[in-house]
Design a protein around this ligand. Structure first.
Ligand code: KG4
Ligand code: ZN
Length: 342
């Protein structure tokens, strides 16, 4: 029988953060995150190292989440986990753990789409958008414009044909000699810089994004500049960060405005790791005033990967009796609503 105020343990392990959260009657009671610093020196996530770290962290992280929420294992009504998209080895750790725990407690299992979870993170705290709303979902692996009709009905109306916005921050950061993930560092350094260098934006019709051209143009620009001035990056780091960041955010916002106009929507949300970017937040709030938008920006702790967002999705799925069985497997390329996805 369905419990109307379910207690659910949620697990996120899609990339390089091991996280567990407990949600009770739709209220997130704990959200523990173990970051993996091991990748910083490699300039990106090393999949093999990520899965090993998840193995090490998952038991203590789950224990802490249950303890903080003051919930015993045998009080749980369901276990949720990120089914995809993500790195296969990382997803396998969360999926196997969730399956074993659900089996031993004889409770249902809930599989969650990581990108839908980023969007529904807006329903953890107030103010919450009402349906339908438009969400710019920007992470390390995805850049999507999503029309959100309900918690279980989302439609991707725009996506990137190559790199994701977060990937552009991280890869360009690598050219600048910054450790992974470079996004938050570029954000911080850009505050001390000026938009001094101009990089061209892609000329793509419709709602399609592209960031690989920008990445290449920054690389060639730096190669040329370093030939003339070997310490060019060191001497211009803040201005370079500011120029790159302004360009990426302008690319994101241009299409967001087109999408909002096309669909006649003025409730606009952002989600995913890049939604933590202070310049994106600032620009969005400015535009909101000019265009009469109602803007929704998640709390910092719910922007980057966390199990709180998996938990809120699991809450809706539990109420909808949307469970998976023990034969479930991770889906590294799981897309939002495959039937409506472009
Ligand atoms: O959503 P997320 O935590 O993981 C994925 O699902 O990929 O997003 C991680 C991405 C990384 O590329 C990281 O550099 C970027 O989000 N990011 C930022 C900021 N904080 C995280 N990018 C720009 N500015 C930030 N403040
Ligand atoms: Zn994510």
């Amino acid at each position: 029988m369905t419990n109307k105020s379910p207690k659910i343990l949620a697990i996120e392990s899609s990339c390089d953060d091991t996280s567990a959260a407990v949600i009770v009657s739709g209220a997130v009671k704990s959200n523990i995150i173990a970051n993996q610093e091991v990748h910083a020196m490699y300039g990106g996530v090393v999949p093999e190292l990520a899965s090993r770290k998840h193995q090490e962290s998952i038991v203590p992280v789950v224990d802490q989440a249950l303890k903080l929420a003051e919930i015993a294992k045998n009080e749980l009504d369901a276990i949720a986990f990120t089914q995809g998209p993500g790195l296969l080895g990382s997803l396998l750790v969360g999926c196997s753990f969730a399956k074993s725990m659900a089996m031993s407690l004889d409770i249902p299992l809930i599989g969650i789409n990581h990108m839908e979870a980023h969007i529904l993170a807006h329903f953890i705290e107030d103010p919450k958008p009402s349906f339908p709303f438009l969400c710019l979902t920007v992470s390390g692996g995805h850049t999507q414009l999503v029309l959100v009709h309900s918690p279980i009905d989302m439609q991707v109306i725009g996506t990137t044909r190559d790199d994701a916005a977060g990937e552009a921050f991280d890869k360009i950061g690598k050219y600048l000699g910054l450790p992974y993930p470079a996004g938050p560092i570029i954000d911080r350094l850009a505050k001390e810089g000026r938009h001094k260098f101009t990089f061209s934006k892609p000329k793509l019709d419709g709602l399609e994004y592209s960031f690989s051209g920008l990445k290449t143009s920054v690389l060639y620009f730096l190669k040329k500049a370093i030939k003339e001035e070997p310490d060019f990056i060191k001497n211009n780091l803040n201005d370079l960060c500011c120029s790159v960041q302004s360009t990426i955010i302008a690319i994101l916002i241009d299409k967001l405005i087109i999408a909002a106009n096309q669909h006649g929507i003025n409730q606009i949300a952002i989600a995913g790791g890049v939604s933590a970017n202070s310049y994106l937040r600032l620009q969005l709030n400015k535009i909101a005033k000019d265009l009469n938008w109602k803007v929704f920006i998640p709390a910092m702790q719910y922007c980057t990967d966390n199990a709180g967002m998996i938990a809120i999705n699991a809450h809706y799925k539990y109420l909808n009796q949307s469970f998976v069985d023990q034969s479930v497997t991770p889906q590294p390329r799981m897309s939002i609503n495959p039937c409506t996805n472009i």
